[in-house]
Design a protein around this ligand. Sequence first.
Ligand SMILES: Cc1cc2nc3c(=O)[nH]c(=O)nc-3n(C[C@H](O)[C@H](O)[C@H](O)COP(=O)(O)OP(=O)(O)OC[C@H]3O[C@@H](n4cnc5c(N)ncnc54)[C@H](O)[C@@H]3O)c2cc1C
Length: 260
Amino acid sequence: MPPILEQGTIRRAERLCHNVIDLRIESPRIAREVQPGQFVHIKCADDLLLRRPISVCDVEDGQLRLIVEVAGAGTRWLYGRRAGEVLDLLGPLGDRGFPTPDARGGPVLLLGGGCGVAPLLLAAKCSPVAVDMVMGFTEKCRVIMEQDFKSCCRSLTVCTDDGSYGTAGFVSQAALRLLEQEDYQAVFSCGSMAMLKSVVQAVERADIPCYLSLDERMGCGLGACLGCAVKLRGEGGAEHYGHVCKQGPVFELREVVWDV
Ligand SMILES: Cc1cc2nc3c(=O)[nH]c(=O)nc-3n(C[C@H](O)[C@H](O)[C@H](O)COP(=O)(O)OP(=O)(O)OC[C@H]3O[C@@H](n4cnc5c(N)ncnc54)[C@H](O)[C@@H]3O)c2cc1C
């Protein structure tokens, strides 16, 4: 199905912490189609040619929920938006989001870092099996969406790098402990490339499927440019390039060639 172009009115704009905003946008047509892990491409300020990709965090009553952290001009413009304003949205994008867990299988482990926790909320809410969530932030004042995950996950571990809140240490360390205790059917993860690499090391030993959302820098969002090319390993081990925006943004860890 081709992506939908929709003008979405912002119903709520709430600041979650410094430089992070939580937007609820009326967008019934996109909301009806979106799957966990997919994203919308948003037209930002008039002088910014390229749209900016933002994961859909949740869907409720025809509204999309998006969590945006300021990285540069586009996300700063989004951070400045207020209720009543209209956003130009294209979506849902990404042919492959997080898969639906097998309802007869074991629980799923979700691992998120920073704003990478956002797409995991919809994955948790849509899961037919229990989910355990580990979320990591640099420090206490960066912790977001704790209550959201508490209300839909079997367990929630909050980690901070500096130990100022929850468990001290990285998401991958907490993941290792949980992987030793429980037979998970899969791991879903989203966060910075540094976090994903440490997750890959932790999960490789457990030998279970691990689906990673690669939030690569992106150009067109439709697979037409090479802005978000990623090296993949195909059948028989042959390497080739794929587009995060089109073939992803979610990939199984063994498909990705990690030296890129
Ligand atoms: C599929 C997908 C889903 C995403 N979901 C979210 C989300 O839910 N919430 C959110 O806040 N952000 C998300 N991002 C990241 C967001 O799209 C970028 O931060 C944004 O496009 C940067 O645009 P900008 O104009 O603000 O910054 P720019 O001026 O374009 O860049 C500012 C700095 O950020 C770096 N940068 C740009 N894009 C990325 C990226 N994807 N990863 C790491 N560094 C980057 C640039 O190299 C530069 O150093 C997602 C990205 C992808 C690909």
